[in-house]
Ligand binder design. Structure first.
Ligand code: MG
Length: 202
């Protein structure tokens, strides 16, 4: 499986990092070794500025290529929450030099994910909210209606270039409020008020 991540999908987050708004979904990949399923996270020794980015994650249900936007909803049925961990210091260097972001984004365990999945036919996705907490303090609040590109638009765009396969994950971008984590932090998140994950930084 592969992990596809969308960048700059919430206007307020793009602004806080002083980025222009994209005119098409901006995506990058993380390898399967990035996935961390509700185990402790160990702060990597190659960064001094590791940031959380809490995101809605979509699981692809069937193989597809060149999927039209109007059919994209047939390719997924469940969502959850995850973190797109980012070594911000490394990413800033990559951005300055115009280099790819994988070193800052694709390292081992950089994609923590909840083990709980929410069926889309059981919620009103367009009225869905999610919230991220660092040591119990609310840090990020996202609303699906603020996404610049919808899940269907993301799937239509990405599948022009990459075949989507069963089990692939799409991290759909983070709202404003990103910030650094420290050893000892407890990171939790809720989707429509339901607790979704609990990670400790060691
Ligand atoms: Mg992100």
């Amino acid at each position: 499986m592969k992990i596809i991540c969308i960048g700059r999908n919430y206007a307020e987050h793009a602004k806080e990092l002083k980025n222009d708004l994209p005119d098409e979904p901006l995506y990058f990949l993380k390898p399967d070794t990035a996935l961390l399923k509700e185990k402790d996270f160990y702060y990597p020794n190659f960064t001094k500025d590791l940031h959380y980015e809490c995101e809605i994650v979509v699981k692809i249900d069937k193989i597809g290529k060149n999927i039209e936007e109007k059919f994209a909803h047939k390719y997924y049925s469940e969502i959850t929450l995850g973190i797109d961990f980012t070594a911000r210091d490394i990413q800033e260097k990559c951005k300055l030099k115009g280099l790819p972001w994988e070193k800052a984004k694709g390292f081992d365990n950089s994609a923590p994910i909840s083990s709980k999945w929410i069926k889309l036919n059981e919620i009103d996705f367009n009225k869905t909210a999610f919230e991220f907490f660092q040591n119990g303090i609310p840090k990020q609040k996202g609303f699906t209606h603020d996404m610049i590109f919808s899940i269907n638009q993301i799937i239509a765009h990405v599948s022009k270039y990459i075949t989507l396969k069963t089990g692939d994950l799409i991290y759909t971008g983070t709202p404003a409020g990103v910030g650094p984590v420290e050893i000892g932090d407890v990171l939790t998140a809720e989707l429509n008020g339901t607790p979704m994950f609990h990670f400790e930084v060691k």
